[in-house]
Write a protein that binds this ligand. Structure first.
Ligand code: ATP
Ligand code: MG
Length: 472
């Protein structure tokens, strides 16, 4: 249970039983502020981005309060590399803006300041008060369903902590004395590896349904459990995600699936019935043919691996994979209705895309290559004459080939075709011509088998179409 807990967090006398005893209660219980001093925690300035430190020091020099907050403090405590650094302060956005020549105020729903250093942006947020304690109606507003649409009421740091989502995201690192301020029990929950909502979870999901996706994202990313009361309302509240603009959900989908834990995230989203809110047509297709899930999982495994290897990943490939079961189903229906494969694939791709963008937008720069990946699947079957050479030069070839390999690996009848393209890419020009010629002579046989046999065992070369397993 306690595996992975940084030793500094283990207080004398803590036992698993004590930890578990403290697990249930305090939904509305108020937490005492706990201050962890510099010598009691492992966060050092050397682990903090230089730009973030510049921002913190500048604010401090101007006599404002300045803290690192959110994911960077959480991740640093867990010995992970924070991906960005967020700053919270009592200075208003205008005051922050006037301190930095490289700053700019952004957002309407939530006004913050971006301070830019080259490619790095430090987000500076003014302490917010919870909307319901405010009498400044023009600064905060909520729809009848409880959805928070504006949130610009400034407040104290305690109030700011209470309106953050999870306890582990409400830890503040103070630049004045390098201590950590814990207003919501976040340190305890890091110890217990728990995602716990601050306040009443159902209300907080109603205020912002994206918090359900965030709970899943952090559970997968950190390998934490979602605390019982925090998870309880999720399934019943999942449909609230329909209120969220498709553009925001697109961004959330990228964070969910392109952060290195895509497989785990996908499984959790399905378990909590959230996946169907994001990709309802894929969910339908998976309900109808559960075996299609293998392809998505394989694609996400591949993506997770690329991220671990620092290789680029593209939303086009991700969406192509997540929507493939929908495209396959539509393609099958169109072909059965008598439409030839090429236009059927085009139409299937169009239909799947048009249906999806009501839920998550897909910017054109991604939807275009995504559809090309699908359409290319048929093009990869045509290898006569110069075609194969031209296909291999096409900018979309590599992604389409990777896609084909995943299809072959997960039971679609394209394994031989994928092998053929693997051979083609590994061959020199002369061997490539042989491969193409061979393919023209005979549509069916597996080229890899014949080529190898000719090389390694020429005496038996008359036995050209022998069983494949002898090669593997
Ligand atoms: P990461 O950046 O690693 O994905 P993060 O926790 O930093 O995780 P951000 O989206 O960068 O997530 O948000 C920064 C902080 O802002 C969070 O830690 C949390 O305190 C607060 N926050 C973000 N989104 C919400 C939300 N929807 N509701 C309440 N608080 C939020
Ligand atoms: Mg962050």
């Amino acid at each position: 249970m306690l595996k992975g807990i940084p030793s500094f967090l283990k207080r004398p006398g803590d036992s698993i039983r004590q930890l578990l005893k403290s697990e249930r209660p305090q939904q509305s219980e108020k937490h005492e502020l706990r201050i962890v001093s510099r010598d009691e925690h492992p966060i050092s300035r050397s682990g903090i981005s230089e730009s973030a430190l510049k921002v913190l020091y500048r604010l401090k020099k101007a006599n404002y309060d300045a803290f690192l907050v959110g994911g960077c403090v959480r991740d640093a405590l867990l010995d992970l590399h924070p991906k960005d650094f967020d700053v919270a302060t009592n200075a208003t956005p205008e005051q922050v803006n006037s301190l930095f020549h490289n700053a700019r105020i952004i957002g309407r729903r939530f006004r913050i300041v971006h301070v830019r250093y080259g490619r790095e942006i430090i987000e500076v947020t003014t302490f917010r008060a919870p909307h319901d304690t405010s009498n400044a109606k023009s600064h905060a507003s909520q729809t009848d369903q409880g959805l928070l649409v504006r949130d610009n009421v400034f407040g104290s740091i305690e109030e700011d902590a209470m309106r953050r989502d999870f306890t582990i995201n409400a830890l503040y690192y103070n630049i004045r004395d390098f201590s950590i301020h814990d207003y919501a029990g976040g340190i305890r929950d890091i110890e217990q590896r728990l995602i716990r909502m601050i306040g009443d979870p159902e209300t907080r999901y109603r205020e912002d349904p994206v918090r359900m996706l965030r709970a899943i994202r952090f559970a997968a990313k950190l390998d934490f459990n979602i605390e019982a009361a925090t998870e309880a309302p999720i399934r019943a509240s999942a449909n609230l995600l329909r209120q969220i603009p498709a553009a925001r959900l697109f961004e959330e989908v990228l964070k969910l699936f392109l952060s290195g834990q895509g497989v785990e995230t996908f499984k959790l989203l399905r378990e909590y019935q959230l996946f169907g809110q994001l990709f309802p047509y894929t969910e339908d297709a998976l309900q109808e043919s559960p075996e299609r899930e293998a392809f998505i999982i394989r694609a996400l495994e591949n993506t997770d691996k690329r991220i671990r290897q620092n290789k680029p990943v593209t939303p086009a490939f991700l969406f192509a994979a997540l929507l493939w079961p929908v495209v396959q189903r539509a393609f099958g229906e169109l072909v059965r209705s008598g439409i030839p494969p090429v236009p059927a694939m085009q139409q299937a791709g169009q239909q799947a895309t048009a249906a999806q963008v009501d839920f998550t937008s897909i910017p054109k720069r991604f939807s275009q290559p995504m559809r090309e990946i699908w359409e290319f699947q048929l093009r990869l079957e045509r290898r006569q004459g110069k075609r194969a050479f031209q296909t291999a030069e096409h900018p979309r070839f590599r992604a389409a080939y990777d896609f084909l390999v995943l299809r072959g690996e997960t039971g679609e009848d394209v394994q031989d075709l994928a092998d053929w393209w693997t051979d083609f890419q590994e061959s020199d020009t002369h061997s490539r011509r042989n491969l193409v010629q061979h393919n023209e002579q005979n549509e069916k046989p597996a080229p890899r088998k014949r080529r190898r046999r000719r090389r390694s065992n020429s005496k038996n070369s008359h036995h050209k179409d022998g069983p494949r397993k002898s090669q593997d």
